[in-house]
Design a protein around this ligand. Structure first.
Ligand code: SF4
Length: 295
């Protein structure tokens, strides 16, 4: 999708300001992701009334009223179907869905599967802080095995879900990884994702200094290494290797992109040749005459 730049009255960071105070803990990675999102939208030429931001339940989800835009704060694990539905109803508006690792790889994992395989034309941002922060630090499917957490002080017995291997098994068309302490990289990835034809999956390794004592800011700062401009984003085999092997360092940047796969919307036969959106086609229908039998 090509987003037109408004050169006359370009958007500004101030437009995205709300008076609702932030409630995140000091040094939470949510601050960085929140800032990067606003900057990416501004640099994409988008005003707040031109974008839909959908939030799952979680600490990040409490940011739904801390940014000016069309926003939606949904049920736990259900952000992808809502965001996809809104996008299909009005494909002219860029849609970003935000979800945590808890909701996205447990309660809502089925939605993630079908979001990727359907190639909905939207961006999905994973706030990956390795735990359920909002409910005070329970282990998620992405918590590292044996790491002590609040409700599992001896460490969780389950093996950690290999999230990136899982995502690549679904044949995605856009996969990126970044870190909540690297705002410039997050901005560039978000801008590229907004222009992607289908489902853009962005794994943001997010610090949670209150409950995740393992993946600290310093830990991620030392290990995250950008793949650089020479990386071939069309090489899915290499991208998967880079995504999965974090033994020595954590590869960040746009790991894989395939623009040759049509999005879900492009496959919809009833939409072929339509100049209007489904939202524009909604009609008011007087149903009162059918209501009398229920009176
Ligand atoms: Fe951020 Fe963790 Fe605090 Fe939640 S609990 S606001 S994720 S630092």
């Amino acid at each position: 999708m090509n987003i037109p730049l408004d050169s006359k009255t370009g958007p500004s960071m101030q437009e995205y300001y709300t008076e609702t105070p932030c409630t995140w803990c000091d040094n939470c990675g949510d601050y960085g992701i929140w800032s990067a999102t606003k900057q990416a939208l501004v640099e994409s030429g988008l005003h707040p009334w031109q974008v839909l931001l959908c939030f799952d339940v979680g600490c990040h989800g409490n940011g739904a009223d801390k940014i000016q835009a069309y926003t939606f704060h949904g049920l736990h694990g259900r952000v992808i179907p809502f965001a996809a539905g809104a996008k299909l109803a009005n494909p002219n508006i860029p849609v970003i869905a935000f979800g945590g690792d808890g909701a996205s790889f447990s309660e809502g994992v089925g939605h993630l599967v079908h979001g990727i395989r359907s190639n909905y034309p939207m961006t999905f941002v994973l706030h990956n802080n390795g735990n359920y922060g909002l409910t005070t630090g329970q282990a998620s499917a992405l918590t590292i095995q044996d790491q002590p957490m609040n409700s599992s002080p001896n460490g969780i017995p389950e093996r950690t879900l290999r999230s990136m291997d899982f995502v690549f098994s679904l044949e995605p068309t856009f996969v990126a990884r970044t870190f909540s302490g690297d705002i410039p990289q997050m901005v560039e990835i978000l801008k590229a994702a907004l222009q992607h034809r289908g489902f853009a999956f962005i794994d943001i390794l997010q610090t949670c200094p209150t409950y995740n004592k393992f993946a600290t800011h310093q830990y991620l700062l030392e290990r995250c290494k950008s793949v650089g401009e020479d990386h071939d984003t069309s090489d899915v085999k290499r991208a998967r290797e880079l995504a999965v092997d974090t033994s020595k360092s954590i590869a960040t940047g746009i790991l894989y992109q395939n623009e040759n796969i049509p999005s879900f919307y492009e496959h919809l036969k009833p939409r072929e040749g339509k100049k209007t959106t489904a939202v524009q086609e909604v009609e008011r229908v007087d149903v009162s005459e059918w209501m009398w039998e229920f009176v």
